[in-house]
Ligand binder design. Structure first.
Ligand code: ZN
Length: 382
């Protein structure tokens, strides 16, 4: 066990800045921070570690009560907003601003962590700005987003940016071996396949289903031999991502509903009062939105795998001898690289990017996937 920063691998520069702030060096501390970095680089983990270090009497020992309750989400003076919704609205932000203005009861600071600050709506951002402009003396805001451009400039300009980087494959593999006890070969393979995404690497290393799913996705480009095959494959991907989302939430959905019904005093039988019906519908809407977001996350992983695959094809075409992301698939990638041109591969990568943009823009997943797979099948032809 180490201090709160020990699992932030490859982030020495960011950690150095955070340590200086916790140490109370002159000008090193400020009341608003923006953690940015590629998916999987550990933005929210870094924010939580910093929150723990700020509350800890020893600057983030990782073992005291302040550290442990902060990291587990139970500290009374640390509010963590991790939304399952596609957007964070003005009401939610106003509630956080109200919370931020309360003096800390136990800790040294009142800290608010927003994991997906890029999902804050425009009106929400205006409300947040009020909080950032008139901070209470012990209040600290920790915002996380993929890049500084993902939050509006007025919020960004009031925050100090902490940049996280994609950790090296070697660093990720070492973490899997040391922390999770993964065998070296599997750790190295998973780290490489996950392309610097620590959570994904750990999932691949520990979950055989995840490895099987990955193999299935990567075998897709070779199977797109007709329009019918493309449409079928798109349908299957959308179905399985919906199932994955449903599996992930079924238990939670039921528990939330039971809790709500208990709170409303509903024993299950008899007519339900109207306000209870509204509350139940509200919860159902939220659960649907969560399932939708998890499905989109699953489809996003498909796109990430396909991007790695076609990057490998391009590497084989233009820089033979360069190590492949999917080195386990070299036998499948080489023939595709020979059969197609680099232009076609670039076209395939473009099509994946377009599909990602379409999904982010709320295009129906099936439409986006059908268009993508048809483009990929054309890109594979000579
Ligand atoms: Zn501590």
């Amino acid at each position: 066990m180490g201090d709160v920063y020990s699992e932030l691998i490859g982030q020495e520069r960011a950690v150095e800045t955070l340590r200086r702030a916790v140490d109370g060096r002159r000008h090193a501390m400020t009341h608003a921070w923006l953690f940015v970095g590629p998916p999987g680089s550990g933005r929210s983990n870094a924010a939580k570690a910093f929150a723990a270090a700020l509350q800890c009497p020893d600057g983030g020992c990782g073992e005291c009560n302040e550290c442990r309750t902060t990291l587990s989400g139970a500290h009374p003076d640390v509010t963590l907003l991790r939304t399952e919704q596609l957007s964070i609205g003005v009401d939610e932000v106003r509630a956080l601003v109200g919370r931020a203005n309360v003096a800390p009861v136990k800790g040294r600071y009142q800290i608010v962590v927003i994991e997906d600050a890029d999902r804050i709506t425009e009106r929400g951002a205006d409300a947040l700005l009020k909080g950032l402009e008139e901070p209470a003396p012990r209040t600290v805001w920790l915002l996380c987003a993929p890049s500084p451009d993902d939050v509006i400039i007025t919020v960004r300009s009031r925050s100090r940016v902490i940049r996280l980087v994609t950790p090296s494959d070697q660093a990720v593999a070492t973490l899997l071996e040391q922390r999770d006890g993964v065998a070296p070969a599997l750790a190295a393979h998973s780290a490489r396949a996950a392309q610097g995404h620590v959570g994904r690497a750990r999932m691949l290393a520990r979950n055989e289903d995840a490895r099987i799913r990955r193999r299935e996705i990567l075998s897709l480009p070779g199977r797109l031999t007709s329009v019918t095959a493309c449409l079928d494959a798109a349908h299957n991907l959308v179905e399985s991502s919906a199932q994955e989302a449903a599996q992930a939430t079924a238990e939670l959905d039921a528990k939330e509903m039971a809790t709500l019904q208990e709170a409303l005093g509903l024993g299950g039988r008899g007519a339900k009062p109207r306000n209870a019906q509204a509350a139940i519908r509200d919860l159902e809407d939220q659960q649907k939105a969560r399932a939708k977001r998890l499905q989109r996350d699953a489809l996003d992983r498909v796109l990430t795998e396909l991007t790695g695959y076609f990057r490998d094809v391009l590497a084989a075409q233009t820089a033979p001898g360069v190590a492949l992301v999917n080195s386990d698939l070299a036998d499948e990638i080489e023939p595709i690289a020979r059969r197609s041109s680099p232009e076609q591969t670039v076209h395939a990568l473009d099509a994946i990017l377009q599909a990602r943009t379409a999904l982010e823009g709320n295009v129906a997943p099936l439409l986006a996937l059908e268009a993508l797979l048809i483009s990929l099948s054309l890109a594979g032809r000579t």
